[in-house]
Design a protein around this ligand. Structure first.
Ligand code: MV4
Length: 480
């Protein structure tokens, strides 16, 4: 493998190309017209414009990207996350053109893209699943009888869904029919597939996911968990590894279950198996993400691995260089997604010009960044500026480092989620580890940040006033 095309932009394109370069592999970037001067373009050995700014005219043009790859004699394509990363047809077309897709086979992508197909695939492997049904349901009477068996509250989910789209909680039978009809029509219009199914609703779960890595020789390892419960409307905000609540026994059980899920779909490369963990520490398989995830760095830090390097090696057909017994957790890592969004204003995108953009540096601080001072943030894509990652010997150390790093991260020109990250890190529930997926909804109101901002403004004004008084003492106006 001499040359890789990265079919992505921003921080993840740079992240992938950094490892490729380290491995002596040449890199090709693609870009849209608004990204022509973007850091990922300058970072690459070669770069090709793929189209206009909107994603569906550039980063989503699979066939055009493959054509570019062939013209430049590229050996492999890395899709990053988002865009074409979980598009089974794209993965298949790449392979048909004798280019290696750095990811799983299209069949695994397809199976895991459907929640019902995923349940079906892992059925024989003794994986704990939320009580419920594993087939699409349309008949209301049948749904009622199943719901009664499971016990309310229940959750209606779309098979083609993901990221919480098309989910409906039903507390009692009288609401079932209307909610089911809504879920079906929502799923039909959002995914073109109205299949829905029913599960017991787990009221206060933690979201724990397990990183897995598989080679083409039948070896699969897990690289422990990431805790992703701090999320807002299904958008993760803070992730960490390890989780503050898993015991070594539970970690091994969940890790083994994740490895089985990977084996069930003949997995290749980096994948993530999502679980819910209830208050009694029962865990349930939810779904599998067949890509390298945004939050992969926390796993890299606690395991001392380079997940992109492993992805490239197994894509080349090599055996995994590590076995399960070689893997251990060392230290604690946190990640904050730094978005150009205004946390005081309902997290509305705050796109604009980066007048000042200074990234924190130091021991235990990693910033996977895609922006620089003077750049405009395009409105066309996800407004994530970077990922601020800290690593310490203990969870407390990682949290302290995160708070300091947030203070040393200077962004002017747009609002960011940095102050929100500080709110999370300073919150008692987060610090004690006693939180679930309702953390943000339960504890966050914009007023908290407003008053913090006002407090800071007050302190700044007081310091300025004191300095003024001091200056008045020494800088006497010369008397005539
Ligand atoms: C659930 C659940 C409770 N009970 N399933 C949300 C997105 C999708 N991946 C699955 N999700 C959930 N499934 C049952 N049976 C609660 C959620 C859920 C959630 C899961 C993980 C992280 C954040 C979440 C926020 C709200 C709901």
């Amino acid at each position: 493998m001499k040359k890789i095309l990265v079919a992505n932009r921003g921080e993840i394109a740079i992240r992938v190309m950094t490892t490729a370069r380290k491995m002596g592999i040449k890199t090709v970037a693609i870009y849209s017209t608004v990204d022509r001067n973007a850091p990922h373009v300058r970072f690459a050995d070669e770069a090709v414009c793929v189209g206009e700014a909107p994603s569906n005219q550039s980063y989503l043009l699979g066939s055009k990207i493959i054509k570019i790859a062939k013209q430049l004699q590229v050996d492999a394509i890395h899709p990053g996350y988002g865009f074409l990363s979980e598009n089974a047809d794209f993965a298949e077309e790449v392979e048909k053109n004798n280019i290696i897709f750095i990811g799983p086979k299209s069949k695994a992508i397809k199976v895991m893209g459907s929640k019902l197909a995923a349940k079906e695939a892992v059925k024989a492997y003794d994986i704990p699943m939320v009580p419920g049904i594993d087939e699409a349901i349309t008949d209301v009477a049948k749904a009622k009888s199943i719901a009664t068996k499971i016990g309310y509250p229940i959750l209606i989910k779309a098979s083609a869904g993901g990221g919480g789209k098309g989910m409906r909680v039903v507390d009692e039978e009288k609401d079932l029919e209307s909610q089911m009809n809504r879920a079906i029509s929502e799923a039909t219009s959002a995914f073109g597939d109205g299949s829905v199914f029913i599960e017991k609703y787990v009221a206060s779960p933690r979201h724990i996911e397990i990183q897995v890595m598989a080679d083409s020789h039948g070896n699969v390892v897990h690289l422990f968990e990431r805790e992703c419960s701090v999320q807002r409307r299904h958008q993760k905000v803070v992730e960490e590894a390890p989780s503050a609540v898993l015991t070594p026994e539970l970690r091994t059980k969940m890790g083994d279950a994740a490895v089985k899920v990977a084996k069930a779909c003949d997995y290749l490369g980096a994948g993530t198996v999502e679980f819910l963990l209830d208050e009694k520490h029962n865990f349930y398989f939810l779904e599998m993400n067949t890509r390298l995830q945004v939050e992969h760095p926390v796993t890299e830090l606690i395991t001392g691995t380079d997940l992109v390097e492993l992805q490239i090696k197994v894509a080349r057909g090599e055996k995994l260089p590590i076995q399960q017994k070689d893997l251990h957790i060392q230290g604690h890592a946190l990640e904050l997604r730094v978005y150009a969004e205004d946390p005081i204003n309902d997290f509305l995108p705050s796109v604009g010009h980066l007048d000042t953009y200074t990234i924190p540096e130091g021991k235990g601080i990693r910033v996977d960044n895609g922006f620089e001072q003077g750049m405009d943030i395009p409105i066309y894509y996800d407004p994530m500026l970077s990922k601020l990652i800290t690593y310490g010997k203990t969870r407390e150390e990682a949290i302290q480092l995160m708070i300091q790093a947030i203070d040393n991260y200077v962004v002017e020109g747009v609002q960011t989620t940095l102050p929100f990250g500080k709110f999370v890190c300073e919150h008692e529930a987060f610090r004690s580890g006693d939180f679930d997926t309702h953390f943000v909804k339960k504890y966050y109101t914009p007023d908290i940040l407003k008053s913090a901002t006002q407090q800071e403004a007050k302190i700044a004004a007081l310091i300025a006033l004191q300095q003024y008084i001091e200056d008045q003492k020494t800088l006497r106006i010369p008397t005539l």
